[in-house]
Design a protein around this ligand. Structure first.
Ligand code: ATP
Ligand code: MG
Length: 156
């Protein structure tokens, strides 16, 4: 497992980094976004979508669980599992998305713990004390292809 930490100072910077990450993504990759309400998970997803070349507007999928955007170089599956707090993700066929042709970005994946692929990229987004627009990002790769992705992002 490898780990990278960084501070971004603004929403623009966070989106730019997400967009850069998007350009390294391959079919079937899974990104789990962690952080409290309002940390910036959906904002991160918007930046990532932009990097994929998605032309549709990204809306928070809280009431639909999964939204699919197919106008970029890879299909983006944006999931928000917040509403599954008590019931989990069993029976939703999530594996079809995770192993599908696109890339999956998941908010509140802790509620579908049992249904997640072992290999993935975790991104923790945390507020920084006394700085409204600062966020600390902690990125952890599990699995060889995600470690390679992270190494590549780190040096470039
Ligand atoms: N550096 C930053 N990165 C991301 N968002 C920021 C930053 N600075 C300020 N913000 C603001 O913080 C809010 C983040 O909201 P967002 O919907 O992305 O959070 P979320 O983590 O998806 O929350 P939820 O769990 O409710 O879905 C937005 O209003 C955004 O403008
Ligand atoms: Mg959100």
């Amino acid at each position: 497992m490898s780990n990278v930490k960084m501070i971004v100072q603004s929403e623009t910077e966070l989106r730019a980094w997400a967009s850069k990450l998007a350009k390294e993504l391959k079919m079937g990759m899974v990104i789990l976004l962690h952080g409290e309400l309002g940390a910036g998970k959906t904002t991160f997803t918007k930046g990532l979508a932009q990097g994929l070349g998605v032309s549709q507007t990204i809306k928070s999928p809280t009431y639909t669980l999964i939204k699919e955007y197919d106008t970029g170089v890879l299909t983006l599956y944006h999931m928000d599992m917040y509403r599954l707090e008590d019931i989990g993700g069993e029976g939703l066929g999530l594996i079809e998305y995770f192993e599908g042709d696109g890339v999956s970005v998941v908010e509140w994946s802790e509620f579908i713990q049992d249904d997640l692929p072992t290999e993935h990229l975790d991104i923790y987004i945390e507020r920084v004390f006394e700085h409204d627009t600062y966020r600390q990002l902690t990125i952890t790769a599990t699995g060889k292809k995600y470690q390679e992705l992270l190494n590549h992002l780190n040096i470039s």
